[in-house]
Design a protein around this ligand. Sequence first.
Ligand SMILES: [Zn+2]
Length: 68
Amino acid sequence: MTLTRCDVCCDVLDGIDDGIVYDCSKEVHYKLGIEHICEDCLNGSDDLVLTNPAPYAYVVEIKGDNYE
Ligand SMILES: [Zn+2]
């Protein structure tokens, strides 16, 4: 089991029972310093949006660069 920490609320989640943690794009990591974000924090964010570039691959991007 892989444990991943949300870089926003610092909760540690296992990706299954405790909640989902999404990977952020390099741009998000560079600009905001966030590598991983949980579903709750993502839903509460106005700046970040979940994209689906490939089947079963989800990446968090900064809203506005691609969605304006
Ligand atoms: Zn979080």
